[in-house]
Design a protein around this ligand. Structure first.
Ligand SMILES: *Cc1c(COP(=O)(O)O)cnc(C)c1O
Length: 402
């Protein structure tokens, strides 16, 4: 076949902006990397970042932490989830989500997935009623939002608190409202493969003063919580300061320094992801064998990755499809593999969670493929990659080798 192989890299992020590098160098020269190590009158980079993130998100409070996973663990614990509690969550998500539930000693109740990759709200409502769970850790997995208005009505009716995992929806909205501002708390990640890159890092946002006081102490503030940038009034710390265990998950100033310029430029990055995503989706959409998840009209998404289905594919054909694409330099993930690989895993590989039947999710995952869309791809790269995918999908069933 005449089409050239793709020789780029699907995991290569753009460099840190020069402004961030300069701020990091200046900070390292000062030696004041710890967020509470400030000169008289100085506001730390971490505190400034919290203010800026809260303002952008439209949240009262923001706490910067060491990872998205820590943001979720702290949010759950600060919300009161603990040993013996049941926590509803998506059956289709990444391992840090059930991991956060297990880390606070609670037990996940896994909820089914719709053909458009959102949490199944009918299954959620019936499992909420049957289990009596008081919490939902909602994972907006791969950036697909469910009907958030209906979800919040179900939460009110069934009496569970919603904590949003927005690792893939930083910048996304439902009916104009930002992902992460619907529930009791929102959790974000600034890990390299998410929408801001500090290597590792995360944010917890909420409008609830008591929850955020507990979360701030849990993050490892000792009694220095007055040095936070977007924390609650000191009066909210009354009981929290002595009742909350220290989980040592502070963000340091170095990460904050490189995140601040990225945050200022995030709308440009989002436009870049969506241009690439929509370019690839446009080509995949021309292939009969490929089904793309539908994007509901109220959703404003961030296309930092793309998912597609080859419905009805058996596992031998799926393995062949992935191998054919790897042969032309295009790395796609398949969610149907028996063994977890790379960043993918399924509920069957979370052996610390009681096994649960999710036939609908399993059927979807068996023919679901996933690819990152780094901003280092050009639009021509997107065309080439998408054409390789449609070639390989078209060759399935015809016995044609690619
Ligand atoms: C990456 C990710 C997180 C958080 O990840 P950290 O690596 O802990 O920052 C949470 N949920 C999902 C779905 C993710 O992909």
């Amino acid at each position: 076949m005449a089409r050239p192989s793709f020789t780029g890299n699907l995991t290569q992020q753009p460099p840190i902006p020069d402004e961030g590098i300069a701020a990091a160098v200046e900070l390292m020269r000062s030696g004041r990397l710890h967020r509470y190590n400030v000169a008289p009158g100085e506001v730390s980079q971490a505190a400034e970042l919290e203010r800026e993130y809260a303002a952008r998100q439209g949240a009262r409070y923001c706490l910067a932490v060491t990872s998205g996973g820590q943001a979720m663990q702290i949010a759950l614990r600060a919300a009161g989830a603990g040993a013996a509690d049941l926590v509803l969550t998506n059956g289709f998500t990444l391992a840090p989500v059930p991991g956060a539930i297990a880390a606070v000693g609670a037990r996940p109740v896994l909820v089914e997935t719709t053909p458009d990759l959102a949490i199944d709200l009918d299954d959620l409502a019936s499992k909420a009623r049957a289990s009596g769970a008081r919490f939902l850790l909602l994972s907006n997995m791969r950036g697909h939002l469910c009907d958030m208005d209906r979800l919040m009505r179900i939460a009110a009716a069934e009496g569970f608190a919603v904590i949003e995992d927005c690792a893939h929806t930083m910048g996304a909205r439902w009916n104009g409202k930002r992902s992460g501002s619907f529930g009791l708390a929102g959790c974000f990640s600034t890990q390299t493969y998410k929408h801001l890159n500090s290597g590792e890092g995360g944010f917890l946002v909420s409008d609830d003063a008591e929850l955020m006081a507990r979360a701030t102490i849990m993050s490892g503030s000792y009694m220095l919580y007055e040095r936070h940038g977007a924390g609650p009034d000191l009066g909210a710390y009354g009981d929290a300061r002595l009742d909350s265990p220290n989980m040592s998950a502070r963000m340091d100033n170095l990460r904050a320094a490189i995140l601040r310029p990225q945050l200022r430029a995030i709308e440009t990055a989002i436009a870049g992801w969506n241009a690439r995503h929509d370019r690839i989706a446009g080509i995949l959409g021309t292939c009969q064998a490929i089904r793309l998840p539908r994007r509901p009209a109220p959703e404003t998404y961030v296309g930092s990755s793309i998912q597609f289905f080859l419905d009805g594919l058996d596992s031998a054909a799926a393995t062949g499809f992935v191998a054919a694409l790897a042969g032309v330099g295009v790395e796609v993930k398949w969610f149907g593999a028996a063994e977890p690989a790379g960043f993918t895993s399924t509920h069957k590989s979370w052996r610390y969670v009681a096994a649960q039947d999710l036939p609908q999710t399993d059927a979807l995952l068996s023919c679901l493929f996933d690819m990152r869309i780094p901003l280092t791809l050009s639009l021509d790269d997107c065309d080439l990659i998408a054409s390789h995918i449609t070639d390989a999908a078209g060759a399935i069933g015809t016995g044609g080798a690619v």
